[in-house]
Design a binder for this molecule. Structure first.
Ligand code: GLN
Length: 308
């Protein structure tokens, strides 16, 4: 099984190697611009514990918005469905850092995977604790789901993002004016920027979200992370909102729930089967990894894995 899976992953990734020069590395966060743009890795972890890896699968990189899946899961575990009064679960059709919809919709973001929605999620996570202990609790949760206590925040990326978080500060202030933030904007930004700066490898990312492929239970440790219904809902939001204004075209091409980050990572869930993470830093115009999406399309085609 693992040999076949490694072969499938290798062939699919090699078939898109010619795409690697297309796209641009994110440079609006200065520390991200320093990454080697030719990195290319991928990992598949199955619910029965098989792992296949390709290229730079074991090298850590900035997970950026992939962290929004962990933050959402943690916020739902904290306050449950009350979250949906403060953030919707609709596709936005707009860029990840867009502010336009927020005015029309009176400070209630479209979904938890655009920046505005993730800032609300950070505000929820802050309830009753300092930014430091809030981030520490999120890291504990990540260590649990990844079954790996070594995962850490890249402090250089965190500082670089905080120093340049003008757009996110605007989104947060705007929502505060609509009373949709309880805490100080600076504290919310601390939590948000620090969770975006978590560094993980493809293999660690795929492993950590295996519970979403197995109805909320980590299939390798047996720990229940979320209820079955909640796992289904998180997957639904990944399907509809995981790639911002390119969510439709990603679903069209790959047919699986996924979440991207501007560090060039993308993770997808194959319910009942596996999770797959890919990494290639050059991004398309919507801020999603160009070659990562192409690799996932090739893997989905070769494996026949899809939810449709
Ligand atoms: N930390 C990034 C930001 O706030 C996350 C964006 C992303 O990965 N799409 O802009």
């Amino acid at each position: 099984m693992t040999i076949e899976l490694n072969r499938l992953l290798f062939d699919a990734c090699e078939s898109v190697r010619g795409e690697l020069a297309t796209g641009k590395v994110a440079s609006y966060i200065p520390a991200l611009a320093r990454i080697d743009a030719n990195k290319f890795g991928a990992a598949i972890v199955t619910v029965d514990g098989a792992t296949a890896t390709f290229g730079d699968a074991r090298e850590t990189f900035s997970i950026q918005s992939i962290s929004k899946v962990f933050a959402l899961t943690q916020a739902l575990n904290r306050i449950g469905d009350g979250l949906w009064q403060r953030v919707q679960h609709e596709p936005s059709g707009n860029a990840f850092n867009s502010i336009v919809q927020l005015e029309l919709e009176r400070g209630i973001p479209r979904n938890p995977f655009i920046n505005a929605g993730a800032l609300v999620v950070s505000d929820v996570l802050l309830q009753g604790q300092s930014p430091q202990s809030c981030v520490a609790a999120l890291m504990d949760f990540l260590h649990l789901v990844a079954d790996d206590g070594s995962i850490a925040i890249d402090e250089e990326v965190a500082q670089s993002e905080l120093d340049t978080a003008h757009r996110n500060a605007s989104l947060a202030s705007f929502m505060k004016s609509f009373n949709n933030l309880e805490h100080e904007v600076s504290d919310v930004l601390q939590v948000y920027c620090r969770h975006c700066a978590i560094a993980m490898s493809c293999e660690q990312i795929a492993r950590s979200l295996l519970f979403l492929a197995n109805q909320g239970v980590d299939p390798l440790t047996g720990a229940r992370i979320v209820s079955e219904q909640r796992a289904r809902r998180i997957n639904s939001i990944m399907m509809l909102c995981g790639h911002y204004d390119a969510s439709g075209s990603f679903a069209f091409r790959v047919g699986l729930p996924g979440k991207s980050g501007v560090g060039g990572g993308i993770v997808v869930v194959v319910p009942g089967v596996a999770t797959i993470a890919v990494w290639s830093p050059r991004l398309n115009a919507s801020g999603n990894s160009h070659t990562g999406a192409a690799a996932l399309e090739a893997i989905a085609r070769a494996s026949g894995w899809n939810i449709l």
